[in-house]
Design a protein around this ligand. Sequence first.
Ligand code: TGC
Ligand code: FAD
Length: 394
Amino acid sequence: MHNPAPHGQSDPHDFLEIDRLYTQEERMLRDTVRRFSSDRILPNIADWYEQGATPVELAREIGKLGLLGMHLEGYGCAGASSVDYGIACLELEAADSGIRSMVSVQGSLAMFPIWAYGSEEQKQEWLPRMATGEVIGCFGLTEADAGSDPSGMRTHAKRDGDDWIINGSKMWISNGPFADIAVVWARTDDGVRGFVIPTDTPGFSAPEIKGKLSLRASRTSELVLDDVRVPDGFRLPGVSSMRGPLSCLSEARYGIAWGAMGAARACYETALAYAKERVQFGKPIAGFQLTQAKLVDMMVAINRGTLVALHLGRMKDEGRLTPEQVSFGKFDNVRNALAIARQARSILGGNGITLEYPVMRHMANLETVYTYEGTNEIHTLILGQAITGQAAFN
Ligand code: TGC
Ligand code: FAD
């Protein structure tokens, strides 16, 4: 029988000793991404956020680390586990949700459909260069009038001999302003199809969306397709229904369940350190019961959410994770991360609203994370359907 650890010895930074649940290799990966983040992202992120742009070279650097499409096998991809991918998402999002988003879009939304549904030629052509970051991709599903219900899309592709002519527009497309290729989902006579379209194809444009107050380190655009003519070889042959785009979303949502805990951790760590230093009424504000209640709520939610993410990851690696279990992680971890960021912001008082601290930036980012990849409400309905058997979407 083991003696219990002495009272008061629990680590405020890893209260439930989740670290012990990772393998040695997983810890090494975590340390590598964390070091990259603190050397390369954290010193610059406030400026990138303020300017509304992150240099595209960062994608190449992340590619060199082997993080782009890292959970895919072959074609120059790292073939890492789902847990590894989750850990990378967590560490990148601890820096900024926009950076994690760039990696999610590249790996889960642009590379994954090519890997899962592309022809051998398409895989050979695109995946190796996407894994290094030489080619950047974006994912066009959402439209101005088809957000939560993408099956209402109007973008359509019509067969013309050996070619397709694509018309329509997409909205809110991450990586759009600088992407080299776009995976665009369009209605056809033969169901919903994905097309891999080089962004310099005549008739294709990607006007940038300006004035965002959230996810500013990630660039976003519309995609406009005006009589875009592409050969049949640009069509993804392996899927012809909404299962195509929706299965990509499951990949990205899984990464977000982890990533949100990274943003939450950054907020908690900042608030804890600040509360111990900041003196009001003659003592550190960490000594007030109301502050402690906030910090405890944050710490408990982060430990719980990280355990959920790790559990989902182990299930995914066993091939047992269902889309609605992914929704569980995205739904609960993102709403908790947003609540944590708001609590942390209040602990920092006036300083909390500046870019000098990461908290308000994370809080603003998490408003987007709450909305994209299925809003909080849509995931509520996915879970509601899973437990009742009744669809309540319309
Ligand atoms: P439904 O009739 O339920 O299903 C159609 C087919 O798709 C399959 N399926 C899924 N497969 C894998 N993963 C999932 N999550 C899946 N959801 C559904 C399903 O089994 C069926 O297959 P089959 O073979 O029988 O045809 O589809 P629906 O059109 O009624 O969908 C309902 C709903 C509301 C759940 C869906 O439309 C939805 O998830 N809406 C939310 C839209 C959304 O999340 N958009 C995200 C856009 S991309 C983005 O935000 C990127 S942000 C950047 C970043 O990720 O960092
Ligand atoms: P709507 O669908 O109009 O929803 C508005 C409100 O109505 C929400 O609260 C919603 O939950 C609620 N609502 C809708 N339907 C129901 C219902 N049945 N029951 C109850 N409530 C409901 N998309 C891409 O395709 N690719 C990308 O790369 C991408 N990147 C993004 C980056 C950013 C910064 C943002 C903000 C969005 C991005 N998106 C992307 C789009 C994103 O997925 C959509 O914004 C999201 O799916 C919601 O769609 P919507 O904005 O049209 O909101």
